[in-house]
Design a protein around this ligand. Structure first.
Ligand code: ADP
Ligand code: ZN
Length: 774
């Protein structure tokens, strides 16, 4: 044997496990596995381990027969009787760590709900009336239960019973009905069973009929069905116009997967905004649906996880984080409204749920359906490149027409209106002239006329304005001073009902006043409009109508949104005004008129996706119109009627929009022709942040010149202050890396991060495939 040069590299034989502790900044550690536990512990299981003086929860990543790590500490106990995470999910976790440049600790703290990182209390109760001839450990458990009046904590049992696999014995006793297992988080009373029932509650539950698929639905479904039968991974892009019945295709595919004994995962943008989809899934899979979203309490989230792990559900519906749902036997993944920006996590680990759904599908060898009426430019390009298979549904169900679209040019003070497919809507002069007042500047005569007519015909109208609050900001009419947030470099928005001004970024609030802090005069006055002001104007325009508003202000309380939506769904609201909250997925057949005010608001953001975002938002809101027997109308009020996003929008022409947009992306070398990584530095001191950003910039430039490991040229944009330079009292500078291959970009970003001297005052965030660069 050669002499050991490095005594630290001595291999020690034995039984070990590599364990990740779900805390950011932690890489996995090696622990010893005590002999009696070796048979019980499996990869993907949670275990209790010592860390410093504490006991913490870890997840087993690997079992080892030797290690070079000296003096390992021992695992204390398994926390589950089966793995919480299957192989594909563990592989996904590793992929996430590498792609988003995060530690495994950070990845697991994102995947595992907080409640799963603390210990739960498990009790077992005897099922009276079962007579079961148990022996050995099982008999001892039952005897012990009888002694203690039929109820006992598992913790207690572990202390008392040795020899044999206690968890396996308990599970077996449960499976034959001899006892029941109850789990709860210390300090929470909700039982898991209750939540599962609650999640299945909706207003109507008449049994949902299965439709006979129309031919486009049928064709789309057959392709997916074929893949489900053949097995294996494939990504489908389901491009179906609004109201083409995409949900029914999803449901059929999910039924098909269940028929083959496999579970489905369906991601939706924001669960609280889409109660109807949950109704439909619940109706199709009664009692077999798991629901995951950020609005759950710790106990609820934990209970949902537990149900999913135990195989009690066939379908999981959830927002982006549900891409990590612990469905073991995954057979299908669906991402509804795949273009939606809310799939991108903007804090902590900045992942994209839609992209991860595709990766998970690949690792689980199952098909993935990305559905949208307005696919993300990247996704559509992928379908053209043959990476995704395109499924198209060009017609609304039952041949309902797409809504009639009309723009109103705000520049010419509402005098002109461009009519498309002319004649379908009769042009009317105002029969009831309204005073030239505030509401006139917000809602054109033409839209006002339509609103009144629609109300008289007892049909519903939707008014969309993507800005909440009463006014955009407050400005002094004497000195021009604009009231700004003390913590962010943005103006404050007036909320008149709450008598306050508020920052829409950090939620800083103070009492509204007319007193200008700059010149001392009582001359602050509101500029620009928000949904609150529109609501007031609508009351004046159509005084008898029942009007409601839906935005973050009216729907912030738990359940408030659902209440608003249900009354809208039932036709108890005549006019609904709201922000982008009202654009998503609503299928309300009484709606025949949609008005979009200041439709170009989102066009003016300093973001290369502003055109795409505008087209998507407006197509979505327009898609709410005319979903019943009556055809719909959409009025778009805009300062930019000639912009290609608006022009293609009013022609319902996604492909035309794509063709124009892709030229623009190619010309400026933006995604999908390049990949981006954003490096953002944040800290409380402006000079420090700026200086760090400049240091990082210089280092990166240097590295791109001298580094041979980077296989291609990388463009470095910046450093420059972020468009929102100060946010929540932190100054922000950023650098953007742009290149063809993400591997090179990630390599450069990693090198930059490693070389940058650490400091307390400034933090570096790396955002791979950034969405929001404001
Ligand atoms: P999308 O998600 O494509 O906008 P939805 O899935 O919400 O459309 O479907 C629109 C409406 O059409 C829903 O009310 C749905 O129940 C109904 N629908 C779906 N498929 C059919 C069908 N084959 N025949 C009749 N109605 C259908
Ligand atoms: Zn603020």
């Amino acid at each position: 044997m050669p002499p050991d040069k490095n005594p630290g590299m001595n291999k020690e034989a034995g039984k070990f496990a590599r364990i990740v502790i779900p805390t950011p900044l932690k890489e996995p550690l090696i622990y010893k596995v005590p002999d009696p536990l070796w048979e019980q512990i499996e990869i993907g299981m949670r275990v209790l381990i010592p860390l410093g003086k504490r006991k913490v929860t870890g997840v087993v990543l690997e079992l080892l027969r030797e290690t070079v790590v000296p003096e390992t500490r021992a695992i204390l106990a398994p926390l589950d009787e089966r793995p919480m995470l299957d192989t594909a999910l563990l592989q996904l976790a590793h992929w996430v760590g590498q792609y988003y440049l995060a530690t495994l600790g950070e990845v697991f703290s994102t995947i595992l709900p907080l409640s799963l990182r603390s210990e739960t209390q498990r009790t077992i109760t005897l099922n009276p009336g079962t007579f079961y001839a148990a022996d050995g450990l099982e008999k001892r458990i039952l005897d012990r239960l009888r002694q203690s009046n039929g109820k006992l904590s598992v913790k207690r049992l572990t202390r008392e019973m040795h020899g044999g696999n206690l968890y396996a014995a308990i599970e077996r006793l449960e499976s034959i009905g001899a006892l029941n297992i109850h789990e709860r988080l210390p300090g929470h009373r909700t039982s898991s069973e209750k939540i599962l029932l609650e999640s299945g509650s909706g207003p109507t539950f008449e049994a949902q009929s299965r439709f006979i698929l129309n031919s486009e639905q049928e064709q789309a479904f057959r392709k997916v069905e074929h893949r489900l039968k053949e097995g294996g991974f494939e990504t489908f892009l389901l491009h179906g116009v609004t109201g083409s019945g995409k949900t029914e295709v999803y449901l059929r595919a999910m039924e098909q997967a269940r028929g083959a004994g496999r579970g489905s995962l369906i991601l939706i943008p924001e669960i609280s905004l889409t109660p109807q989809l949950i109704d439909r899934v619940n109706a199709r899979f009664p009692g077999r649906v798991g629901i995951l979203h950020s609005g759950l309490t710790a106990a609820q989230r934990w209970a949902q996880w537990w149900h999913i792990v135990r195989g009690n559900v066939d379908v999981v519906v959830g927002a982006r984080s549900a891409v990590f749902a612990p469905l073991a036997n995954l057979g299908l993944i669906i991402v509804d409204e795949e273009h939606d920006p809310s799939y991108k996590q903007e804090e902590g680990l900045r992942y994209n749920g839609r992209d991860l759904a595709v990766v998970r599908g690949k690792l689980s060898a199952c098909p993935v359906i990305l559905g949208s009426a307005t696919p993300a430019i990247e996704s559509y390009q992928n379908s053209l490149d043959g990476r995704y298979r395109l499924l198209e549904m060009t017609q609304r169900v039952q041949r309902r027409p797409l809504p009639f679209m009309e723009t109103i040019d705000l520049r010419s003070k509402f005098n002109r209106s461009d009519q498309l497919n002319g004649g379908k809507v009769s042009v009317q002069t105002d029969s009831a002239p309204v005073q030239r007042s505030a509401e006139h500047r917000l809602i054109s005569d033409r839209l006002a006329t339509f609103l009144r007519e629609n109300y008289q015909a007892t049909r519903q109208s939707l008014i969309f304005l993507n800005r909440r609050g009463f006014s955009n900001y407050l400005q002094c009419t004497l000195c021009g001073h604009v009231l700004r947030c003390s913590y962010c470099s943005v103006s404050l928005t007036l909320h008149r009902k709450q008598k306050s001004v508020c920052c829409h970024h950090c939620n800083f609030r103070r009492a509204a006043t007319v007193l200008c802090p700059e010149c001392g005069n009582r001359t602050l006055s509101p500029v620009g409009v928000g949904t609150e002001q529109i609501e007031e104007a609508l009351h004046r325009l159509v005084p008898e109508a029942r009007i409601a508003r839906m935005d973050r202000d009216t729907a912030s309380k738990r359940g408030a949104h659902e209440k608003l939506f249900r009354s809208w769904e039932k036709g108890e609201t005549d006019i609904l005004v709201g922000t982008q909250m009202i654009t998503k997925g609503h299928d309300v057949t009484g709606v025949t008129l949609v008005g979009a005010l200041l439709a170009d608001l989102s066009l003016n953001l300093p973001d290369f996706r502003s055109g795409e975002r505008t087209f998507q938002l407006l197509s979505q809101v327009a898609g709410r119109s005319g979903r019943g027997d009556e055809p719909g109308t959409v009025i778009i009020q805009t300062y930019a009627p000639d912009h290609y996003a608006i022009q293609h929008l009013i022609r319902h022409d996604y492909k035309g929009f794509f063709a124009a947009e892709i030229d623009f992306r190619r010309a400026l070398n933006y995604p999908p022709f390049s990949r981006l990584v954003c490096l953002r530095l944040e800290g409380p001191k402006f000079e420090e942040v700026e200086q760090k950003a400049r240091t990082l910039g210089a280092m990166l430039h240097d590295k791109t010149i001298h580094n041979t490991r980077l296989r291609e040229k990388i463009e470095i944009l910046g450093p420059a202050p972020a468009p929102i330079e100060k946010l929540r009292n932190r100054y922000r500078w950023q650098l953007l890396l742009k290149g063809k291959q993400s591997s090179s970009l990630l390599e450069l970003a990693k090198q930059g991060r490693e070389a940058l001297p650490r400091s307390r005052g400034v933090r570096l965030h790396i955002d791979v495939d950034p969405y929001n660069m404001l």
